[in-house]
Ligand binder design. Structure first.
Ligand SMILES: *Cc1c(COP(=O)(O)O)cnc(C)c1O
Length: 457
């Protein structure tokens, strides 16, 4: 498969570049040059790993053989606590897709475990060392660290916003003892962390010098890995008479874009709901066409406290029907004016696939409380936002909510909502008493660069 950048549709890339670079040199995001369709009937009824192999292979065929991929998928998903990676449970009138049975208790493990092994494979066949630098709103960091820790010829630097992730999220990142893992707490919010990483990437002297690679949610390898569970859960509840809708708690537009990718590949999903917290730029964009950056609020769903939804650029490129110049223009507006107005024609196109909703803090707590009282299920705040979206938007059909994190990652919010204590799974209890290891640095790119350089010399 050939890839292009959303900002230049002439130059083509192979998966290997797409994966290792993460972001194109022109600042754009990688996407396949032409659409890729699957035969749905061939995918029905497969076990999760076999399905993943079939869905992912066409995207990466020039990177490794089908047999290598088979091995890597089996190895990556052997660390999950469920045989088929995920679980689909009925909660009231909708289904909840539990994606948090991996090593760090959030859906991000599903893609990240695979990426870790992709890196290992790449470096085994290559005489080089890589440094991963990634910004996290709380869950990416832990998932990436777990996937990379202890591997040869690769270091990982994780930037998280100081005091703005939950203590369980932080401990899952900072208590490891591996020498190739470095945690940095930035005095700022997630968007600041993301900007630091973007700036370091854009500084070619620096990023080439340290052989910088990125695993944030714009990395195409993450998107293809995440599209698999849309197929898997769809087939589990498919019936011929009712459409299937997904509600996806959204921050960077990565996970919901993976659903859209599945739809583009031919999975007949009806609607994808983009469910946001108070940081509702995507809700404003999708409900009324105004993509306008505002200040970031701190919420009890910190992994969605984002105003700049990086993956949205991939959708914009689609809306512009592959016109890279229009995409460049839109992104320029967003960067310079903090604003992009989507015209009615484009908005109609968006709404053919996507609807959106927004939840206030009180509504999130209320949803957690109601679901617990009625069904004895504890949803984490992010998943509650996905769940409650189906109360705000009435959609006929079989409705699936993506549950993106285990509730024990957000004990304060759960205590506030239903006054119970949520414990970590037994295997992870120990992190609560381990010594933490991280450095606090100002929101200053030169200082962060310096810090990284000192640690890899
Ligand atoms: C990262 C994350 C999200 C948002 O996912 P995006 O791909 O950024 O939209 C939602 N919930 C949880 C728990 C997360 O960790």
């Amino acid at each position: 498969m050939e890839y292009i950048s959303t900002r230049n549709n002439k130059k083509t890339f192979k998966f290997r570049d797409v994966f290792i670079k993460g972001l194109a040199d022109d600042g754009g995001l990688f996407i396949p040059k032409s659409p890729h369709k699957v035969d749905i009937n061939e995918l029905k009824g497969l076990e999760y790993n076999d399905l993943a192999k079939k869905v992912i292979y066409p995207f990466i065929g020039d990177f490794m053989t089908e047999m290598d991929l088979d091995k890597i998928i089996d190895q990556s998903y052997s660390v999950f606590r469920k045989k088929n990676v995920i679980d689909l449970i009925k909660v009231g009138d909708r289904s909840v897709l539990e994606l948090f049975h991996g090593p760090t208790l959030a859906f991000k493990d599903v893609a990240m475990q695979l990426l870790g092994n992709f890196y290992e494979y790449y470096l085994n066949n290559q005489n080089e060392k890589l440094n991963i630098v990634v910004a996290t709103s709380g869950d990416t960091g832990a998932a990436a660290i777990d996937a990379i820790k202890g591997k040869n010829n690769i270091n990982i630097f994780v930037l998280h916003p100081h005091n703005r992730v939950s203590s369980v999220q932080r401990k899952l990142m900072t208590t490891g003892k591996d020498k190739n893992v470095f945690n940095i707490a930035v005095n700022g919010n997630f968007d600041d962390c993301q900007n630091l990483v973007k700036t370091m990437f854009a500084d070619k002297d620096f990023s080439n010098d340290i052989k910088m690679s990125g695993v944030n949610s714009i990395n195409w390898a993450r998107i293809i890995a995440q599209s698999v569970y849309y197929f898997y859960s769809y087939f589990l509840i498919e019936d011929d008479n009712r459409p299937i809708n997904f509600s996806v708690p959204t921050g960077n537009f990565g996970d919901v874009y993976a659903g859209y990718l599945a739809k583009k590949m031919g999975l007949p999903i009806n609607k994808l709901i983009v469910a946001t917290n108070q940081n509702d730029i995507l809700h404003r964009a999708i409900s009324r066409g105004s993509y306008e950056v505002e200040n970031v609020f701190e919420t009890i769903s910190p992994s969605m406290d984002i105003q700049v939804a990086s993956n949205f650029e991939r959708l914009l490129y689609d809306l512009n029907e592959g016109d890279d110049l229009q995409t460049i223009d839109a992104m320029k507006n967003i960067k310079e004016k903090g604003k992009y107005i989507i015209n009615q024609e484009k908005l109609d196109k968006i709404n053919a696939n996507f609807l959106s909703s927004r939840m206030s803090e009180e509504e999130v707590l209320k949803t957690i409380n109601e679901v617990y009282k009625k069904f004895n299920i504890v949803l984490d705040p992010h998943s509650a936002i996905g769940y409650g979206a189906f109360d705000k938007i009435n959609l006929d059909g079989n409705n699936i909510v993506l549950a993106t994190a285990h509730p024990c990652k957000f004990p304060d919010a759960i205590k506030k909502a239903i006054d119970i204590k949520t414990d970590l799974p037994k295997e992870l209890m120990f992190v609560m008493n381990e010594k933490e290891n991280y450095d606090t640095i100002e929101n200053d790119v030169e200082k962060v660069k310096q810090h990284i350089k000192e640690r890899i010399q």
